[in-house]
Write a protein that binds this ligand. Sequence first.
Ligand code: PHE
Length: 408
Amino acid sequence: KYAGELELLGKKYTTDDWTNLTPKIISKLDKNLHTRQYHPLSHVRQKIVNYFYKNFRNKCGNPTFSVCDNLPPVVSVYQNFDSLLIPKDHVSRSKDDCYYVNSETLLRAHTTAHQVELIKMGLDNFLVVGDVYRRDEIDSTHYPVFHQVDAVRLCVREEVFKNVCSSESLQLFEVKGKESEDKQAVHTLEAVKIMEHELKTVLVGLAQALFGSGIKYRWKDEYFPFTHPSWELEVFYNDQWIEVLGCGLIRHEILKNSGVNDRIGWAFGLGLERLAMCFYDIKDIRLFWSEDSGFLNQFRFDDPDTPVKYKPISIYPQLANDISFWLPVDTEYSSNDFYDLAREHGGDIIEQIKLIDQFTHPKTKKVSHCYRIIYRHMERTLTQKEASAVHRKIQEAAASELKVELRI
Ligand code: PHE
């Protein structure tokens, strides 16, 4: 598709059989919604940054957390996976889940991809904010590009035990420790418990700063390859529990590989879209990409804590059109390939695509999929004629590019 070479953000990359970027995805690379003035995602970023500026200050009263919000999203497989101890055969590395530039380079699937390089630079307290890319189904809460904030805090022995009296004998590390549910082998339980307490206090504080001081929350045990122990924070909002963030104590091996031997640290990561959808009552994730002034003007204010209730710009009717085909027998096929192709041709007038039926022919053993594509324009009523034209293009493209056999 891209003959040998691809230019992204002014840099050239060779392509290979891992390349699965699409023009639509490439067009998102320079959007930087998270730093665009008055954008709702930028307001939520600013609320989080302000919380850290306010709560972590050094002796001179200056903020201790550095904020990196303009690191390019094109990263190496090493940054996104290996540096974070994600196993070579982990599902999250699959071509079906990530946008690869080539076999060694991809669009970051999480902002955690920058953790090691920033620790190596000598930073002890930092936030990373950026756009992340994951191949996914398409509906009102999933979009293949979204935004995350990651944070890291590293502490030396004296910082960890600063509020403990007669702490001279307390240590961060022990030699003959064993890994358990509570801690990594190298850490002492007392250091881990203090860090866990700080992490959870900071994050509950953040949830209260964002959702209000009365917010109901709960912790769940989680698993991430790069932290142990790990947790997830959920808050109760609009009658349901929503996942807000993942966090944990950084695997010591990651710190050691980054040249840090005398510190223990915590990290967390969260998604901005889900938070913004709650705060502003935005029902459809595609709206963040809208250039409609009716949408954007509702967020034209400087103080990110300005109360707003987003008023939906309008509700236009949905149009459902189905497409059925036999999957190819001798080439690979995945539904995500179809979702990308449909998005490529339909763009943002596709609100949802659902696999509504599949079956295997008893004699030929051929597999058939039927997808329902819901079309809806954000700004006006779409006619069936317009939807049909796009639908036909998608059918033709599926037949020629994915080698499926249409059933009409
Ligand atoms: N990177 C994780 C995600 O995308 C979140 C995370 C970050 C969890 C840092 C723990 C520590 O889900």
